[in-house]
Design a protein around this ligand. Structure first.
Ligand SMILES: *Cc1c(COP(=O)(O)O)cnc(C)c1O
Length: 379
């Protein structure tokens, strides 16, 4: 089955009791048992819920995995993966990482005795030389946020498998429409469902998809033990959102390319970062491992002063100045004071993230209106 068909049908069957075509919101905490232990597969909704089950099956199918797990947020999913680790273990991660992931690693798990190394994953040598016998996990985010670096997933998974290291890919930016890391050797795919999968900026949710049964069992155990599960109502909203994933992403990609080209031609813009450009250092890898270049565009103005950056952001009308990304509406953000403020300035500079960078989540509005808005804001 292809992705558009899976987005609409996977995991979703007419409800067995009523024939309802849309998966009902099973807003229940508990389930009747005939005699103790004799039930229909559902006991308590932290463990299983039919609405969540449908979504989890759908997510597993989209990522070509076997098991999907939905969480109350992307960070709850990250937290659950981090709980696979033990004191003394080491993790290698991208240096251009989602701010919240950097924060949980360095502020929550490092004090518990887990060591994190943040390396430039453009360079396989850097990963290779960071590997030690204690390395248990490599954490990849690609394209990265907000520098949109493209990391070659297959070369990372090939290296990791030589050392028996688990590879996690945060696939939030690419979505399963553009990239399926499990197909190229990753062990776990993580999503902030809050972004493109939900797609309508109305649900905070996370997900993990895996192929391996044992890994799935351990993650389900942690999910049930620690309790970071989403509500049935939110699962319904995401199932609904995913039905248009392929249509939305197609438009996100088209609009982003046009917006990026417009910005590149504007005299007040110094540089534009978009993996769809031939001159982007990760363009060839993106062509190889992705089916499109995504909806995120970053750019830097000629005048890098905070005044000029802030005034462009304030003048935008259609683009809303807000954190987050991946919804149908266009958003603009200033990573160094917003999404990435939890990363120290020295770390940001080391990773090549200037304070003057503006990040756009290009929505699916009519692109001429988006370009006109940027044009007036740039003045
Ligand atoms: C937003 C985001 C997260 C965190 O997800 P939440 O749903 O906000 O908890 C993780 N990774 C990336 C790439 C994100 O953009």
């Amino acid at each position: 089955m292809k992705i558009g068909t899976k987005a609409i049908h996977a995991g979703v069957n007419p409800d067995p009791t009523t024939g309802a075509v849309m998966t009902p919101i099973y807003q229940t905490t508990t389930y009747a048992q005939k005699t103790p232990g004799d039930h229909k597969g559902y006991e308590y909704s932290r463990t299983h819920n039919p609405t969540r089950d449908a979504l989890e099956k759908n997510l597993a199918a989209l990522e070509n995995g076997k098991h999907g797990l939905a969480f109350s947020s992307g960070m709850a999913a990250t937290d659950t993966i981090a709980k696979l680790l033990e004191p003394g273990d080491e993790v290698i991660s991208t240096n251009d990482l989602y701010g919240g992931t950097y924060r949980i690693f360095t502020k929550v798990y490092e004090p518990l005795g887990i060591k994190f190394q943040f390396v430039d994953m453009d360079n396989l040598e850097d990963i290779s030389s960071a590997i030690s016998p204690k390395t248990k996990m490599i954490w990849v985010e690609t394209p990265t946020n907000p520098l949109l670096k493209v990391i070659d997933i297959r070369s990372v998974t090939e290296l990791a498998s030589q050392h028996g290291i688990l590879v996690v890919v945060d696939n939030t930016f690419a979505t399963p429409y553009l990239q399926n890391p499990l197909d190229i050797g990753a062990d776990m795919v993580l999503h902030s469902v809050t972004k493109y999968l939900g797609g309508h900026s109305d649900v905070v949710m996370g997900a993990i998809v895996v192929k391996d049964d044992e890994l799935a069992e351990r993650l389900s155990f942690l999910q049930n033990s620690c309790g970071g599960i989403p509500s049935p109502n939110d699962c319904f909203l995401v199932l609904r959102g995913i039905k248009t994933l392929h249509i939305r992403l197609e438009r996100h990609c088209q609009n982003a390319m046009k917006v990026a080209e417009f910005l590149k031609g504007h005299s007040k813009v110094d540089r534009v970062i978009y993996p769809g450009f031939k001159e982007h250092p990760g363009h060839e890898i993106a062509k190889k491992q992705m089916r499109g270049f995504g909806g995120m565009v970053s750019f830097v103005l000629q005048d890098e002063s905070q005044d000029s950056v802030f005034s462009v952001l304030e003048r935008l009308k259609l683009f809303t100045l807000a954190e987050s990304l991946g919804g149908v509406e266009s958003l603009a953000g200033h990573p160094s004071t917003m999404t990435h403020a939890s990363i120290p300035k020295e770390e940001r500079e080391k990773a090549g993230l200037p304070d003057s960078l503006i990040r756009l989540s290009v929505g699916i509005e009519d692109v001429d209106d988006l370009i006109a808005d940027l044009n007036q804001a740039l003045g």
